[in-house]
Design a binder for this molecule. Sequence first.
Ligand code: NAP
Length: 321
Amino acid sequence: MERACVIGAGGFIASWIVAKLLDRGYTVHGTVRDPDDDEKYGHLKKLPGASERLSLFRADVLDYDSLVPAVRGCHVVFHTACPVAHKFEDPDAVLKPAVDGTRNVMEACHKENIKRVVFTSSGAAMIFDPNRSRDQIIDESCWSDPEACRKHQQWYRLAKTESEKLVSKLGDEFGIRVVVICPVVVLGPILQSKINASVGLVATLMNGSKTSYPNIYFALVDVRDVAEAHIAGYEDPNASGRYFCIACSKLCKEMIETLKENFPQYSYPEKCETEADLFEKFLNLFEKFSNKKILSLIKEFIPYEKMLVDTVASLQEKGLL
Ligand code: NAP
């Protein structure tokens, strides 16, 4: 009987990891900040297998002591918790939970003699390097440049870069095998009741809130594939290091066309123009990429159109569109 801990269990990606772990017969320890908040975490308690094999632990990544009982007795810890937003005004709002939080999780794992950790990093830890040529293929060798992140106040990108470097360093120091999954923009059906930042992007394109949108590349992957990759990162004996988790890269214009074809009843941006400002230029670097390494873990990706259609269907079902 495998026992796994999922840190930040109520999040969009983590909820799918919990669901898939339960489905595979794992016993799951899920950490949440307030187990009594049914609006936020009620969906976890309703997952098949949850009543028998899911325990929710009250824990905050900023509180080391709260993490220790949650990881105790587990074969693997999936550390997903980190705030996600399009912009952070206060760097510490993301740097502290990402970096201090990761240190606390790793120290709790070390104390409890956990030997396997799967860490959720991000394409954000790979993409932001102003010195990289636009022709370069983005793969696991790419890192965001911390100095450039600081200079351009890219706090989320800095936090994911620093926390990923830290988790690998502490893994080496503590003798914990760490596998890192670096997803790009994650779409797909939501299990939780409120919309999260990445799925919110699709809603923004459909709810009439924008009359124009820059025609940038969106690097996309389905949450069900991201969850599979995390679990394979533990179960596959050959898994090691970081994995760039990207299914496809689409221009915003193409995404809007696909959405319009399937859901013509919504209001879309009328214009989709390229604005060559710094931020968008770096996002456009997702044009050329390699997902060869992660295809050794998950075999194939959910197709692009299905990913978009299933995202919208789940928002409709939950009354969020
Ligand atoms: P989400 O739905 O917003 O979930 C964020 C999670 O982080 C929640 O479980 C939240 O816990 C937890 N969290 C934040 N601050 C915390 C703290 N101080 N203590 C404990 N937990 C805290 O986000 P998501 O999209 O699933 O993202 C999960 C992970 O994937 C993050 O590490 C993110 O960087 C990474 N990622 C996401 C995407 C994407 O497109 N969605 C892409 C690449 C990487 P509460 O429930 O207590 O609020």
